[in-house]
Design a protein. Structure first.
Length: 750
C-alpha cells in the first residue's frame, strides 16, 4: 500500500493511467536536489534544497489535484510554499525563499509596490486552497538556514546583495523545476531525457587552443610582441579570483590572450566556464568565429552564441537534434564557452522573468570577460559595476575588464580619482600597458577645427581611401550624396538592415584589398569592432573612447607608418549636424582633455583623464539615473523591487519600432512561414537580420501613408510590420522615413 503522500501528483499525462503520472514527492525531491547542486556554486546548497522542496507545496491540495484530472478551475499552487518558507526560516532567508517560490512561474514580484504582478506582501495574505498535511511526511526541511559565512558584505549596499542572492537562488530553482518537468515529459514521449550541456572539458579546450597558438610565428614583427603579451597574461592565471584589467591596444592580440588566460584561470581555480561579453552583435559573431577556429574540432559544440540575431538553424547545419540542443543550452548557458552581448548579460543580472533568470547560476564560478568595458552606459554605470563587483565578491567569479581604453572604475583612496562603489584591488594582466601603447601606436591624431560640409567633401576627395564617421544618420546621408558620383563612394547607416550592412562591408573590404578608391561615410556603427583598414579616418567630435574606436579602423593591419596614418577630428559647422544632447557631454569632455593631451590624445594618461572627468561631471546620481541602488536599499528586505528593476534597467531605451525589409529570398521565405506559425520565435530571430529600427514619429508616418502593414495581424497583431512600399528602401541609403518628397502620398506605389 502506497503512503498517503504518493496519492498527490505534480504532473499528469493525457489519456494515461495515473500510475504513469509524476508523483508530487518525486518532483519535489528531484527539483530540490538539482537546485541544491546549482546553489552549491555559491555556498547556498541548503537554501536551494529548501526552495525545491517547497516550491510546489500548493499542489498538496484537492483543487489542484482536480485540475490535473481536467477541472478548469485555476489554482494558486505557489503561495503556500512561500508562506511556509517565511514562517519556518527566520533571519531573512525565509523572506528570500518566499520571493523565489511565489514567483517561480510568473517571475519575481516586487515586495511591496504593485506592478503587473501582485506584490509579495499581498500574495502572502491572499486566500489560497488549504494544503493537506501529507506534505509533512513526504518532505523533510532543513532545521535552519543561514547565509554562507564566507559572504563578503558591502554595508552601503546590503539589501542590493540580498536582492542579488535572491535572484541567484531563483535561478537555481526555476532551472531545476524546468529541467525536471521537461525530463518527465520527454521520457514519456521517447524514453530518453533531452540532451543538455556536455561537450569538451576546459582542459581539452585549453589543449586545442595551445595547438592553435603554436601555429603562429612569434619570432619577429608584431607577432613577437603578441607572443610576449600572451605569455605574460597566462603567467598571471594562478592569481586568486577577483577583478582584473587587460589593457592592450588594438593589434595586441587581446582576444585570444584573454581566452587563454580565462581557460588557464578557470582550470586552476575549479571554475566551470568562460563567458565573453561584447557590446556589439557584429563583434559577438566575429569573436565566436575566432574562438571556434582556435578550438579546432571542439569549437562547434563548445562555443555557444547567445544574442538576438544568432541563426541557430545555420549553426546547427540543419540537424534537428543539434538545433534543439543548441536552443536548450541557450536557455541556461550550459556550455563551456558562452559569447553574448552586454545587453543580454547585464540586463539578465537585474531580470525578474524566469526565462531571463534561468542562466544566472551558471555565471557563478565563471570567468567573465567584458570586452570594450568602457561602453557600459553612463545612466546605469553604478548598478552595473555593483552587480559585477558582487559576482567577484560572493559568487567565485572573476571579471576581466578587457579594453584598449580602460574606464576609471576603481574605488581608491584618491578622492579626486575614485569611483564610489567601484572595483577594488584590480590586477592588471598586461605587461607594462604604457610601453605596449607606445609600441603598438599606429596613428597620428589631430583636431582639424570646425569644418563645413564643403570642407568635409574636400577632405573625402583628398585621398583615394578614407573613412568619415559622423554622429547622425542625416549628416551621413547628406555627405554621402555629395560624393555619390565619385569613385568608390559607400554609405553605412542603421537605416540599413543587418544583412544589407554586411553586404556593403563585404564590398568595402574587397575594394580596400584591391587598392581601389574607397570613400566611406558612416555613422558610429562601423566603430563596433568592424575589421576594415583605412589610411585616413575623419571623426566628428565625440567621446574620446569613440575616437579611439574610430582610430582602430586606421592602419589596423600596421602596414603603414604612424605619420601616414591620420585620424582627423573635426567639429561640425552646421549646427543641424551637432551631436545629440546625450552625446554632447562626451564631446565636451574630449575637448577639455585635448587641451592638456593634444600631443597624444589616445595615450593611457589622456584616456584616464577623460573618464575621470566624464564621471566627475556626471556625479553619482547621473551614473545611476533611475536611482536603482537607492530604491533597493530604501525598500529593505520586505520591499525588494524585482519587477521594477527589470523594467527600469534597460541598456537601450528603445522607443523605436521594427520594420521588416523583404530584401532577399530568405527574408521572403521567413515572411511566408509566419502564415503557418503558431510559435514564431525562430522565425522572428531570422527576420531580426532584416529589420530596421524606426523612431516613433517615422513609424507613424510610414503607417499613415500605408507604406508598412502588419503580417498576419489576426495572429500576431502588429508584432511583425512589413515594408510594403519597397521604393522607400534605397540600395545606397537604406530605409527613408523622413524625406517629404518620398512620403507624399502621390509618390507612393502601394
Amino acid at each position: 500500500m502506497l503512503p498517503k503522500s504518493s496519492c498527490f501528483y505534480a504532473h499528469s499525462l493525457p489519456e494515461t493511467d495515473k500510475q504513469a503520472w509524476q508523483t508530487l514527492d518525486d518532483h519535489l525531491q528531484c527539483v530540490a536536489e538539482m537546485a541544491a547542486t546549482r546553489a552549491e556554486r555559491f555556498g547556498m546548497a541548503d537554501a536551494g534544497y529548501a526552495a525545491g522542496l517547497l516550491h510546489d507545496l500548493g499542489k498538496y491540495s484537492a483543487p489542484f489535484q482536480r485540475r490535473l484530472e481536467g477541472s478548469p478551475e485555476r489554482v494558486d499552487h505557489s503561495t503556500a510554499g512561500a508562506i511556509v518558507a517565511k514562517q519556518r526560516f527566520k533571519g531573512g532567508i525565509g523572506d528570500l525563499l518566499a520571493y523565489c517560490i511565489a514567483g517561480h512561474h510568473a517571475g519575481l514580484a516586487n515586495g511591496r509596490d504593485s506592478g503587473e504582478r501582485s506584490p509579495l506582501s499581498e500574495r502572502l495574505k491572499a486566500d489560497i486552497p488549504a494544503i493537506d498535511n501529507a506534505w509533512q511526511e513526504a518532505i523533510t526541511l532543513p532545521q535552519e538556514l543561514r547565509p554562507p559565512g564566507t559572504f563578503t558584505q558591502r554595508p552601503e549596499r546590503g539589501f542590493f546583495q540580498l536582492a542579488f542572492l535572491t535572484r541567484m537562488l531563483f535561478s537555481c530553482l526555476v532551472d531545476a523545476d524546468y529541467i525536471d518537468t521537461e525530463t518527465f515529459y520527454a521520457q514519456h514521449e521517447n524514453g530518453l531525457a533531452r540532451q543538455r550541456g556536455g561537450g569538451a572539458s576546459l582542459t581539452h579546450l585549453r589543449e586545442a587552443l595551445k595547438q592553435h597558438l603554436e601555429t603562429f610565428d612569434t619570432e619577429k614583427g608584431i607577432n613577437q610582441l603578441r607572443g610576449h603579451i600572451l605569455r605574460e597574461v597566462r603567467n598571471k592565471a594562478g592569481m586568486r579570483p577577483g577583478c582584473f584589467s587587460l589593457t592592450v591596444p588594438t593589434g595586441g592580440g587581446k582576444t585570444l590572450a584573454s581566452l587563454a588566460f580565462a581557460l588557464d584561470h578557470a582550470i586552476t581555480h575549479g571554475m566551470d566556464r568562460v563567458i565573453y561579453v561584447i557590446p556589439f552583435t557584429s563583434i559577438v559573431e566575429q569573436n565566436a568565429a575566432v574562438f571556434r577556429k582556435a578550438l579546432s574540432q571542439y569549437g562547434a559544440e563548445a562555443v555557444l552564441e547567445h544574442h538576438s540575431t544568432f541563426d541557430a538553424e545555420k549553426a546547427s547545419k540543419g540537424d534537428k537534434d543539434s538545433l534543439d540542443k543548441l536552443r536548450r543550452d541557450s536557455e541556461n548557458w550550459d556550455a563551456p564557452i558562452v559569447v553574448t552581448t552586454s545587453v543580454q548579460f547585464l540586463e539578465s543580472l537585474f531580470a525578474a522573468k524566469t526565462s531571463r533568470c534561468r542562466k544566472l547560476h551558471n555565471i557563478a564560478r565563471s570567468v567573465v570577460i567584458l570586452d570594450e568595458a568602457q561602453t557600459m552606459p553612463l545612466p546605469l554605470l553604478r548598478p552595473s559595476v555593483a552587480a559585477l563587483d558582487e559576482l567577484t565578491l560572493n559568487y567565485h567569479a572573476s571579471i576581466v575588464l578587457c579594453t584598449a581604453t580602460q574606464p576609471a572604475l576603481l574605488e581608491t583612496n584618491d578622492a579626486a580619482r575614485s569611483f564610489t562603489g567601484g572595483f577594488k584591488d584590480v590586477e592588471e594582466l598586461a605587461p607594462d600597458p604604457k610601453n605596449l601603447y607606445r609600441k603598438l601606436k599606429r596613428v597620428t591624431v589631430k583636431h582639424m577645427g570646425c569644418l563645413d560640409d564643403d570642407q568635409l567633401r574636400h577632405e573625402l576627395l583628398d585621398v583615394d581611401q578614407v573613412l568619415c564617421i559622423v554622429n547622425n544618420r542625416r549628416h551621413a546621408r547628406a555627405l554621402y550624396e555629395s560624393i555619390a558620383d565619385q569613385p568608390g563612394a559607400f554609405h553605412l547607416t542603421t537605416a540599413m538592415c543587418a544583412v544589407h550592412r554586411r553586404q556593403v562591408l563585404h564590398h568595402i573590404r574587397g575594394t580596400l584589398k584591391e587598392g581601389k578608391p574607397c570613400r566611406v561615410v558612416s555613422t558610429s556603427l562601423i566603430e563596433a569592432g568592424v575589421d576594415v583598414d583605412f589610411p585616413r579616418v575623419l571623426r566628428a567630435e565625440a567621446g574620446l573612447d569613440s575616437i579611439a574606436q574610430a582610430a582602430g579602423r586606421c592602419n589596423r593591419e600596421g602596414k603603414r607608418t604612424t605619420a601616414e596614418s591620420e585620424v582627423r577630428i573635426f567639429a561640425t559647422a552646421n549646427e543641424e549636424w551637432a551631436p545629440p544632447p546625450e552625446l554632447k557631454q562626451f564631446a565636451q569632455a574630449t575637448r577639455e582633455v585635448l587641451r592638456q593631451h593634444g600631443h597624444d590624445p589616445l595615450s593611457l594618461e589622456a584616456i584616464e583623464a577623460y573618464f575621470t572627468l566624464l564621471y566627475w561631471q556626471q556625479g553619482p546620481d547621473q551614473l545611476d539615473k533611475h536611482q536603482l541602488l537607492s530604491l533597493i536599499e530604501n525598500g529593505r528586505l520586505e520591499g525588494l523591487p524585482f519587477e521594477t528593476l527589470e523594467k527600469t534597467f534597460r541598456l537601450i531605451d528603445n522607443n523605436q519600432r521594427s520594420v521588416i525589409i523583404p530584401r532577399d529570398a530568405d527574408a521572403r521565405k521567413a515572411i511566408k512561414e509566419l502564415a503557418f506559425a503558431t510559435s514564431p520565435g525562430g522565425i522572428a530571430r531570422k527576420l531580426q537580420l532584416y529589420t530596421v529600427q524606426v523612431p516613433h514619429n517615422g513609424f507613424r508616418a510610414l503607417e499613415k501613408v500605408g507604406a508598412i502593414a502588419p503580417i498576419e495581424p489576426d495572429k500576431f497583431n502588429d508584432q511583425f510590420m512589413l515594408l510594403v512600399n519597397e521604393d522607400l528602401y534605397h540600395d545606397a541609403l537604406g530605409l527613408n522615413w523622413s524625406d517629404p518628397t518620398f512620403m507624399r502620398a502621390e509618390n507612393l506605389i502601394l
